[in-house]
Design a protein around this ligand. Structure first.
Ligand SMILES: Nc1ncnc2c1ncn2[C@@H]1O[C@H](COP(=O)(O)OP(=O)(O)OP(=O)(O)O)[C@@H](O)[C@H]1O
Length: 314
């Protein structure tokens, strides 16, 4: 372990429920101050992993360290923030009381909370609403309040589980800005979200997990480097054209439902193959109307990985 401890380190982490491994040898490293996206299909073991990282669930095997120590250590726990996906609030409390309660549980002093609570309410866009009862908050306001609770005690590592699921587009942008601020302040963020475009915009690195194992992880650039989807529109699929395209890349989609028009999507391994695609179309005698390389995005990557693994869900 280096002196500047990683925010998260797991090695061969396992959790077995009723004889079935749901986290199955998961190895991850998240350096301090990094925004890390944790992605995977439903049932992949993401929440179970987060619970082990927070010390809420005991691993069946392997190692887990957060902020250089054990998540069971109260001093380490005091430096963790957590916004669960399904939060339950005491509806009779005001926003301010809720934060005060959580702040006291985290060991914060009354003096500090008096200045810190209005600050975090402002940060999450609830400035001036702290005196209202949570029972009267909208879903989005509750989620904002939960986020305020997660960052209240100035944690070094924050877990955000679907932090924008209840928010409108403006709220989503605001949460992204809060995540950027956390990064700038050196706080590591472990983000679990099905909104891939959101993850793409904010994360330094992502890991794809499937059936309890990390399938791939890397920076956005590393992950996106591998494949170039190209959309092609021709007047008709002349004989041999599909075969020729299949030799150049992987055919992912075709649509010949509209008379006088055929759409094909082919995934190439490298940009340099694009001229050969144009040549193959020309050689087939088809008329070319569009040849559009798409910048690969996380969604493409996600679907590709899911397909490779057989697309079976846990
Ligand atoms: N306490 C438990 N007892 C038994 N099985 C469990 C328990 N918690 C989770 N599981 C099982 O472990 C598997 C992984 O669940 P987990 O909630 O970690 O997945 P996830 O990746 O977070 O899914 P989602 O994206 O749907 O939230 C699922 O098959 C689930 O049924």
């Amino acid at each position: 372990m280096t002196r500047a401890a990683n925010a998260i380190e797991t090695r061969e982490l396992r959790k077995v429920y009723r004889g079935r491994p749901v986290v199955d040898g998961l190895t991850l490293t998240v350096p301090p101050g990094e925004v890390f996206g944790f992605l995977g299909p439903n049932g992949a073991g993401k929440s179970t992993t987060v619970k082990m990282l927070l010390g809420l669930v005991l691993p069946s095997g392997g190692e887990v360290r957060v902020l250089g120590g054990s998540p069971a250590d109260p001093d380490i726990r005091a430096r963790l923030g957590f916004l669960p996906e399904q939060f339950r609030f005491q509806t009779w409390m005001t926003g301010h009381e809720f934060l005060n309660f959580h702040g006291r549980l985290a060991g914060m002093k009354a003096d500090e909370l008096r200045t810190r609570i209005p600050q975090v309410l402002d940060t999450v866009g609830l400035g001036g609403r702290g005196h209202e009862q949570l029972g009267g908050y909208s879903k989005g306001m509750l989620q904002r309040c939960g986020l305020a609770g997660a960052i209240l005690a100035r944690p070094s590592l924050v877990f955000l589980d679907e932090p924008t699921s209840a928010l409108d587009p403006i709220g989503r942008v605001e949460v992204r800005e809060i995540i950027e601020q956390l990064r700038a302040a050196g706080v590591a963020v472990f983000l679990n979200s099905h909104l891939l475009s959101e993850v793409e915009q904010v994360c330094d690195r992502v890991a794809f997990v499937r059936q309890g194992r990390v399938q791939t992880q890397g920076t956005m650039r590393e992950l996106m480097g591998g494949v170039v989807p190209v959309e092609i529109r021709v007047d008709e699929l002349k004989p041999g054209l599909l075969d020729a395209l299949a030799r150049l890349g992987e055919l992912r989609h075709q649509d010949t439902n509209t008379p006088g028009r055929a759409d094909v999507e082919v995934w190439l391994q490298q940009e340099d193959t694009i001229p050969a695609v144009a040549q193959a179309i020309h050689d087939s005698g088809a008329r070319l109307y569009a040849l559009t390389p798409r910048r690969p995005d996380l969604e493409t990557m996600f679907l590709e990985l899911n397909d490779e693994a057989g697309g079976v869900r846990a």
